[in-house]
Ligand binder design. Structure first.
Ligand SMILES: Cc1cc2nc3c(=O)[nH]c(=O)nc-3n(C[C@H](O)[C@H](O)[C@H](O)COP(=O)(O)OP(=O)(O)OC[C@H]3O[C@@H](n4cnc5c(N)ncnc54)[C@H](O)[C@@H]3O)c2cc1C
Length: 316
């Protein structure tokens, strides 16, 4: 069985999500990587280190890559074959997956948490904000086009050698190409939210942007990243890049500390994979306590400053 993965470049390297897909694809069979980016020996070496033996490389230059990538992939899948192609949850992934589905007249199965290929392609996915699990068998021929959930798999290096790299030309899709003229990366402090082992998040119960600062201070003292709910993003206390949940980011840290967060389903879906969840909330009936490993019923404005003091004392 050949399983393809769609991989995008981020800051000159394969994105973390592509390496997660690669780990899963490797467990299913022979892997072909379709890599979109400028490419470099280091980037190809990273794929090799993660077990890839074959990388198809498309350099889109300054063009918006989706239309060309989908056309090139459709040709490659036609000539090389493949039972499944896995995409991550990113914007380009979804764009290319949809276009590929239209070109091949195949459905796209989204929200995948697992893929089993022991008897055809069986995809387990989540719907309705992660409250229902669905199993889908793809029956209309290869390839099955699958979009995975964030952090569904764990990237793992296996120490492989340099893969074979096959250069793919950017196809002329016959449409006027859109060009990327500028890239904006939102500034953030501390460790990256999605890879941090400790995440401290704040919710509306903090009361104001000024009070949210204590969440940042606690995260700083713990060497963790800062997150928030949609309520605090909508209030303008923190930028959207901090939002955790259904319409934000998905985190899976060792420790997640929820400060004055109610535990709405749309938030929980983005943090429920955390190993240990600690909740601070003044309402003993707040839904967050149903999933917390450790709950502190109390006023966040009293509990968090005490935690900060205790951590400062410990470090002196
Ligand atoms: C389509 C859709 C998508 C959404 N996507 C997301 C998403 O990606 N992420 C997300 O987070 N939300 C999302 N939401 C919003 C979600 O439904 C909730 O409204 C939101 O998560 C609530 O945020 P919160 O917990 O900060 O606020 P609230 O629900 O208002 O909770 C505040 C909590 O603070 C507690 N509190 C108040 N004062 C104190 C105090 N002094 N000390 C201690 N505790 C206190 C309260 O008891 C309460 O439990 C989405 C909603 C929709 C409809």
């Amino acid at each position: 069985m050949t399983v393809w993965i769609f991989a995008e470049e981020f800051d000159g390297s394969p994105s973390g999500g592509s390496l997660e897909l690669l780990a899963k694809a490797r467990s299913l069979g022979d892997v072909s990587v379709f890599y979109v980016g400028s490419g470099s020996d280091d980037a190809f070496g990273t794929f090799g280190e993660h077990g890839a033996t074959r990388v198809y490389h498309l350099d889109p230059g300054d063009s918006l890559p989706s239309a060309g990538a989908a056309a090139a992939l459709a040709d490659l899948l036609g000539s090389e074959g493949g039972e499944a192609i896995l995409f991550g949850p990113g914007n380009t992934d979804r764009d290319v997956a949809g276009r590929l589905g239209a070109r091949l007249v195949k459905p796209v199965v989204a929200g995948a948490l697992d893929i089993d290929t022991s008897d055809g392609v069986l995809v387990t996915s989540e719907i309705l904000g992660g409250t229902k699990s669905v199993k889908t068998v793809v029956t209309n021929g290869s390839p099955a086009i699958v979009i995975t959930r964030p952090k569904a798999f764990t990237a793992e290096g296996v120490g492989g050698g340099t893969p074979e790299v096959i250069t793919v030309a950017m196809p002329d899709t016959g449409r006027s190409a859109a060009t990327i003229t500028e890239r904006h990366v939102e500034a953030s402090e501390g460790p990256d939210l999605e890879s941090a082992s400790i995440v401290v998040s704040g919710g509306r119960g903090l009361g104001s942007a000024e009070k949210f600062e204590m969440v940042k201070e606690l995260a700083g003292l713990l060497g963790g990243a800062v997150g928030g709910t949609r309520a605090v993003v909508d209030a303008g206390w923190v930028p959207y890049s901090y939002q955790i949940g259904q319409t934000g980011r998905t985190v899976k840290p060792s420790v997640y500390i929820a400060c004055a967060i109610s535990g709405a389903m749309q938030h929980v879906v983005g943090m429920k994979g955390s190993s240990t969840i600690i909740a601070i909330n003044k309402d003993p009936d707040a839904p967050i306590f149903a999933m917390a490993d450790l709950g502190i019923v109390g006023d966040v404005h009293k509990v968090v400053p005490q935690l900060i003091e205790a951590l400062k004392e410990r470090s002196t």
